[in-house]
Structure formats: C-alpha cells, structure tokens
Design a protein around this ligand. Structure first.
Ligand code: MN
Ligand code: MN
Ligand code: ZN
Length: 279
C-alpha cells in the first residue's frame, strides 16, 4: 500500500521528506514553491541534491511522489495574458518536477470564466499540449473537478474528451479526487456504487491512466459541487465507500494521497491511520 498526504515544504524543499517520514508516508505530494503566488525562486543545486538524497534515504518510492500546481494559473481562461502566464507556470512546474525527480504533476483544469465549455476546453488543450512538449519524463495529471460554476472536467466523459486530445499521450495521466467526484454527482457511499464509479472511469478513461488518487471525504453531500474536503469516513462519503476506494487503489497499485483538513477532530496522522484501518 502506497499512502501518504500532502506535506509542507516550509523551511526548504527537502523538509517535505522529513514531514512525510514523520507521518509514516509511503507516498506524498508537495507544492514545489508557494502555491499562492506567481513567482517561484529557481531551485538551487543544493535544494535538488538535498531533496533527492533525503528521498533516497527515506525508502519512499520516487514513483509514489507528486507535485501539485500552484493555485493562480488558469489554463481555461479566455484572457490571453492570463493564459500565457498560466502556461509558463505549468511548463516551469514540469521542469521543477524533472529537476527533483518527481514523476507526476497534478493540475486543475481551470475556469472558462463564462466563455463556455467549448472555448475553455480549447484553451486548456492548447496549454497542456504546449507543456507536453517539454523534454523530460514528467507526466501531467489532470485532476477531475468538483463541478463548480464555469469549471470543466468534472464528469468522466468530458475529462476523457480533454484527455484524449492530448499529445504525446505518455506525457499525460489522471488524478482522481474522490471528494471532487462525489460532490459532482458520483456516488461513493456503498461498496456497489464505488464499483460502478470505477467501471464508469474504466469505460471512459481507463484505470491504467489513473496515476494518483486523491483520497478525501467530502464536507458536503453528493452533487453539491462544494469543494470542501473532510476527514475520511466522517463526511458525505463515509467509511464503507472510502474503504472500497482504498481497496481498489491498492489492487491497482495506485498511490493514495490525502488532502484532508487538520483540526481538533483529526490530523494527518489520524487520517492516514484511518485509511490503513479501512484497507
Ligand atoms: Mn487539487
Ligand atoms: Mn485533490
Ligand atoms: Zn479539492
């Protein structure tokens, strides 16, 4: 079982490995820089070698690590300057992953800001294709969305429509977020429902393209389109569904990453333990 959570890089990027080890992670996710700004300081040789040597020593499989794009880029925007900035950031993040030896970069699909799904998807495909041209082995993972207003890629059919346009195909994969899928209408509550959701995923996209699973319960109810993550088993999905998702991920050797909250109820340690118990 490869499981862990999003960990902080506060202090220096190699600290993320310490944070992962402390939480007994066998998989983890990071931001390669501050996710709330456009600017990223280049990685130094020291940053890179410290990260790599700590990761090697940790025993965590490099292939069970991923980075997440910062929040500001919007690849589906109709505004040309914003689009160009977003693509530049995406390419820069792909290159930072390559430098760090991180195989996967998770990206959101953006908002078309009212220009319509067709226009949004066109920009998105254009931007992703540009980033797919970089010469490295980093795979860009499209994360299914919660179905908020003006978003694209919450249903598997549309996600497949976007994914199938991307070339070269080996540079792209999918990150499935269980909270996002649930709040956009996919039922994960009963064991049989979870099976149906994964059958649907297999039919449209293919499990072999699923490289990372974001395992989050949802604060809201099914179909509410509210992107609020919650502690495993305590949200709208519940224990039965989360348990079945974990089993399917394990069977298919897909690394599981938690993006659950930290509060009085539970922290990362508690949620990782919960996932292991439910496995
Ligand atoms: Mn995300
Ligand atoms: Mn996610
Ligand atoms: Zn989310």
């Amino acid at each position: 079982m490869q499981i862990g959570c999003h960990v902080s890089i506060s202090g220096s990027i190699d600290k993320s490995v310490d944070n992962a080890v402390e939480r007994k992670c066998t998989a983890f996710q990071i931001f390669t820089r501050n996710p709330r700004g456009w600017f990223a300081k280049p990685l130094t040789d020291e940053d890179i070698s410290n990260f790599k040597s700590k990761l090697k020593k940790s025993g965590i499989d490099r292939m069970a690590t991923c980075a997440h794009m910062p929040y500001l880029p919007n690849l589906a925007t109709p505004k040309q300057d914003g689009f160009e900035k977003s693509v530049k950031t995406l390419i820069s993040e792909v290159e930072r992953c390559a430098e760090l030896g991180i195989p996967y970069l998770v990206t959101h699909l953006g908002s078309h800001l009212g220009s319509g799904e067709e226009a949004g998807i066109k920009k998105l495909v254009e931007g992703l294709t540009k980033a797919g041209q970089t010469k490295n082995d980093v795979v860009i993972l499209l994360e299914n969305t919660a179905g908020q207003k003006n978003s694209v890629g919450s249903d598997f059919k549309q996600l497949a429509e976007i994914f199938n346009q991307l070339k070269p195909a080996k540079k792209f994969g999918i990150c499935l977020d269980t909270c996002h899928a649930f709040v956009s209408g996919y039922d994960f509550r009963k064991k049989a429902d979870v099976k149906k959701v994964f059958d649907e995923f297999e039919k449209h996209i293919g499990i072999k393209n699923l490289k990372i699973l974001h395992l989050n319960d949802a604060k809201g109810e099914i179909g509410c389109n509210l992107d609020r993550h919650y502690h495993l088993g305590l949200g709208g999905i519940g224990e039965e569904g989360i348990s079945e998702v974990v089993k399917i991920a394990n069977k298919n050797k897909i690394p599981i990453i938690l993006e659950t909250p930290i509060d009085d109820e539970r922290d990362d340690f508690g949620n990782i333990q919960k996932a292991k118990d439910l496995a």
